[in-house]
Design a protein around this ligand. Structure first.
Ligand SMILES: O=C(O)CCC(=O)C(=O)O
Ligand SMILES: [Mn+2]
Length: 210
């Protein structure tokens, strides 16, 4: 029997501009269990509303789990070892790490699970994820709750873009050639899912940071 060094990765149901989408990866039961895990994280590390370096409030609310968390304020974007309250970030829930391991096939766990909450009117402009040290590691994101219109551009700035609706339970991976692709969330279809009691969307973004 031959051994291969290639990790065993799962197969996406759709690939758009190199971005792999695993539609309906999480069953409704696993989504509900994950929401309760995330409630535990948020109880220890409450959501905060980040500001850009120019002092503009972002429309999403954020918190993190893991060895470090992503923050943004007038000092700029960066990873920090502690929540703005000074508390350590809670651990990344095991069920979230299991999605990373199964889909990426990697043995190394991510350092950060950024948790974004989108309420009515929240969105995220086109950007690249580039605050990490090594872009050979993929970025994996999980969608929970109301559907979101995800826009995918190019690695370079500008050019044509394409959009896809992400539904609750979908998982998306930006890796390889698509690791530095520009992406953003244009809008949320409020009320499209009953998963979150008060509506809106949670996005969990897993990254290896250093
Ligand atoms: O909400 C999403 O699906 C994307 C979030 C994102 O791109 C980020 O936090 O960097
Ligand atoms: Mn991003």
């Amino acid at each position: 029997m031959s051994e291969t060094a290639e990790p065993r990765r799962a197969c996406p149901s759709r690939v758009l501009r190199g971005v792999a989408i695993f539609e309906g990866w999480l069953t409704p039961e696993r989504q509900a269990a994950m929401i309760s895990d995330i409630r535990g994280v948020v109880a220890a590390a409450p959501f905060f509303q980040p500001e850009t370096r120019f002092g503009r409030k972002m429309s999403v609310r954020m918190t993190s789990a893991g060895r470090c968390g992503w923050v943004s304020d007038r000092r700029g974007y960066r990873y920090e070892r502690r929540h703005p309250s000074g508390a350590a970030w809670p651990e990344i829930p095991a069920a979230v790490l299991a999605v990373w391991a199964k889909i990426t096939g990697l043995e190394r766990d991510p350092d950060c699970c950024l948790i974004n909450y989108y309420g009515a009117g929240a969105k995220m402009g086109l950007h690249q994820d580039r605050d990490e040290a090594d872009f050979r590691w993929p970025v994996l994101s999980i969608s929970l709750g109301d559907s979101a219109l995800f826009r995918i551009g190019n690695v370079e700035r500008g050019g044509k873009t394409e959009s896809v609706w992400l539904q609750s339970g979908d998982v998306l991976v930006m890796g390889g050639e698509a690791r530095l692709v520009h992406h953003g969330i244009d809008r949320i279809k409020m009320g499209s899912s009953a998963l979150l009691k008060d509506g809106g969307r949670l996005n969990l973004t897993l990254r290896v940071v250093d």
